[in-house]
Design a protein around this ligand. Structure first.
Ligand code: C2E
Ligand code: CA
Ligand code: CA
Length: 636
């Protein structure tokens, strides 16, 4: 685009002089004003005379100051401002050059003004003051020197153009910078949002596991004793199942809020998972830590109002106190607090347990058992022992209870009380249970009329298709369901009483016998007992053991015997260890007895012999055949 030059002069002759000057050819045949311009547009001035070619310098001629101001204004409006204005000083009758320059300057701060003076009309400083800045004001004396005019115009046009280009580049840069700044702000906002999301739990807005580990990582670097605690709600699933997930969510929020308030600014509360919270607090030692945790438990236990409903809540806490004298690893601290939490849950929930080293040892032991037990089944390390169950006060053997024995090459004899709970925490219990049933069904075939009583853990009982599997097993063994008694504890019935009742009903319908084991120690309600289809109650050994020693046991035993009778159930007293107990039970009307006093659990062959009325020399010494068993012989 052409760069525009304004000529302001009242004398027409002067305008001719300008035209003349700009039309003067130069050596290379290009117009003077274009000598340093590369690659001119074709036709823009290829001829020697086209100096004011519109594509390079466009001359605009006016003869009065006001016209000049109007032209500048119009140029600015049209986006075609002037680069240079040559202004005559004296232009009667209109305004003079100084005023014209001042007003042009007021309109356009960028235009270069060249004041053309006849003789010293004004001092340059005076004009500069009115139409500055000084670096945009120039002076040319009359009479005009054509080449000076062209040179001045060309140089100023170039400068103006490059200033404009520079300004444009600056403007674009500034725009880019502004854009980048905006993006940076957005990225920072996104980043802090992402960081927040990554570190917070969406339900409670509390810090999450990642944040907890981070806080713990910082805490282990700072001096002083502190405690890491894991809090877990007791039976949260039940709340979800009974009141719905919204209520469950609300409960989590309430608990989180209470913990946060209780722990105050110095503590740290994080939601680690579902219903599990991580707590961090400075303490002086374990006593204080336990006390504070108990206070926390109280704060979120009891009856809570959730959506207008009253929900009973309780929680357990596992605690790990990190003393100031040792280096601690955050992950290990959490692991220990977690172990302590497991112990708290096992201890009956609603309590605080602090970590101690034995918990770690327990875990190692359990892990060894778990791996060893898998191999034990295939390696033939497992056997069943059979303990007789007597009727008629010890005169008749009606059944044998199958009791699992594990002789491990590494640990020797391991009690089922030890390994069954471990198996029950994994799927091993199912394979183990299937093996026991298979063995027991083989054993029962060798007895003349007794049935076999097999223990089932709650998890086995709740297994899908439990009844169908048993049916298939007895069919495969060719044994009648009547010959198998299922012993379950109250724990198996606790979680879902309705489903348990149905399973029991189907078991009975298929012909299996059912005994409720360890009766009196669990928490099934008496009301439920009425609705469960059962054959017998087994009074827990602890009551028989306590009969002669504490005041409560004997009445409880009596009550259970009466209850059993009222419901038409057999009642088995287990763990009978002496004659006194046996006589007392007989007097109380107990229908069945079992215990070391009558017989120890026996190896398979001895059980067969005893079942057939044969001689087991000393039933209290299971592996040796020495004397006649009680309840056999003439009465058998
Ligand atoms: P349980 O069902 O209460 O079995 C009775 C336990 O008391 C047996 O211990 C038995 O040996 C013992 N016992 C019997 N008479 C007396 C007595 O006069 N005095 C004393 N002090 N104890 C007596 P055991 O064999 O160590 O079994 C412990 C527990 O392991 C069983 O308790 C049962 O809950 C579980 N268990 C055993 N075998 C199996 C099994 O095959 N499957 C499942 N799921 N659990 C089993
Ligand atoms: Ca039992
Ligand atoms: Ca028992």
């Amino acid at each position: 685009m052409a760069v525009r030059v304004l000529i302001v002069d009242d004398e027409p002759g002067m305008h001719d002089s300008y035209r003349q000057a700009f039309r003067r050819p130069v050596d290379d045949g290009r117009p003077a004003a274009m000598t340093d311009r590369p690659d001119p547009e074709p036709g823009a001035g290829g001829g020697a005379s086209a100096i004011d070619a519109p594509s390079e310098l466009e001359l605009v001629h006016v003869s009065q100051g006001l016209d000049a101001i109007a032209a500048v204004d119009a140029g600015l409006r049209a986006g075609t401002p002037f680069a240079v204005a040559f202004i005559d000083v004296r232009m009667p009758p209109g305004i003079d050059g100084k005023e014209a320059a001042a007003r042009i300057r007021a309109l356009d701060p960028d235009v270069n003004l060249v004041i053309v003076t006849g003789f010293s009309d004004f001092a340059p400083a005076e004009i500069a003051r009115a139409a500055g800045p000084a670096d945009k004001i120039f002076y040319i004396a009359k009479p005009l020197d054509g080449s000076e005019v062209v040179q001045t115009a060309t140089a100023l046009a170039q400068r103006w153009q490059s200033d404009r280009d520079l300004a444009e580049t600056r403007r674009m840069l500034a725009e880019k910078v502004a854009q980048l700044e905006e993006q940076a702000i957005e990225i920072a906002a996104n980043e802090s949002r992402a960081v927040h999301l990554a570190n917070h739990d969406t339900l409670t807005e509390a810090p999450n596991r990642l944040a907890f580990l981070h806080a713990l990582g910082e805490r282990v670097q700072t001096p002083g004793c502190f405690a890491v605690a894991m809090l877990d709600l007791d039976r949260f699933k039940l709340v979800n199942d009974t009141f719905g997930h919204f209520a469950g969510d609300e409960l989590i929020r309430i608990v989180c809020a209470r913990l946060t308030v209780q722990l105050g600014d110095e503590g740290f509360v994080a939601r680690l998972a579902g219903d599990e919270f991580g707590l961090l607090m400075s303490v002086s030692g374990e006593d204080e830590a336990v006390m504070r945790c108990e206070r926390l438990l109280r704060a979120c236990s009891g009856s809570l109002s959730i959506f207008g409903q009253s929900v009973q809540n309780s929680a357990s806490i596992g605690l790990m106190v990190a003393d100031a004298d040792h280096q601690h690893d955050p992950v290990d601290l959490m692991r220990r607090a977690d172990l302590a939490l497991n112990e708290a849950k096992r201890a009956g929930r609603g309590v605080v347990r602090a970590f101690d080293e034995s918990m770690d040892e327990t875990v190692r032991f359990r892990r060894r058992i778990e791996t060893g037990l898998g191999a034990a089944m295939t390696n033939g390390e497992l056997t069943l022992a059979y303990q007789p169950i007597f009727a008629r006060g010890g005169l008749e053997i009606v059944a044998f209870e199958a009791l699992l024995r594990w002789c491990s090459p590494d640990h020797g004899m391991i009690s089922p009380a030890m390994f069954i709970p471990v198996a029950e925490e994994s799927d091993l219990i199912h394979a183990l249970g299937d093996w026991v049933v298979g063995e027991a069904l083989e054993a029962v075939k060798r007895w003349p009329g007794q049935f076999v009583s097999v223990n089932f853990s709650p998890r086995q009982f709740r297994r899908q298709n439990f009844v169908a599997q048993l049916v298939a097993q007895v069919q495969r063994a060719g044994v009648s369901p009547r010959q198998l008694q299922i012993e379950i504890t109250e724990g198996a019935l606790a979680d879902n009483a309705e489903r348990a009742a149905e399973t029991l009903y189907r078991l009975r319908q298929m012909g299996f016998r059912v005994a409720l084991d360890d009766f009196g120690t669990g928490y099934s309600s008496l009301y439920n007992i009425r609705t469960f289809a059962l054959d017998s109650l087994k009074i827990d050994r602890s009551f028989i053991d306590g009969m002669g020693r504490d005041r409560a046991s004997a009445p409880i035993v009596h009550a259970i015997i009466h209850l059993g009778r009222a419901l038409g159930l057999e009642v088995v007293a287990e763990g009978v260890e002496n004659e006194t107990q046996l006589q007392a039970l007989r007097l109380a009307g107990c229908s069945h007895v079992q215990g070391y006093h009558l017989s120890q659990p026996l190896v398979g062959e001895d059980a067969v012999r005893l079942a057939n009325g044969g001689i087991v020399v000393d039933p209290q010494a299971p592996c040796e055949v020495v004397s006649e068993a009680p309840g056999t012989g003439t009465h058998g």
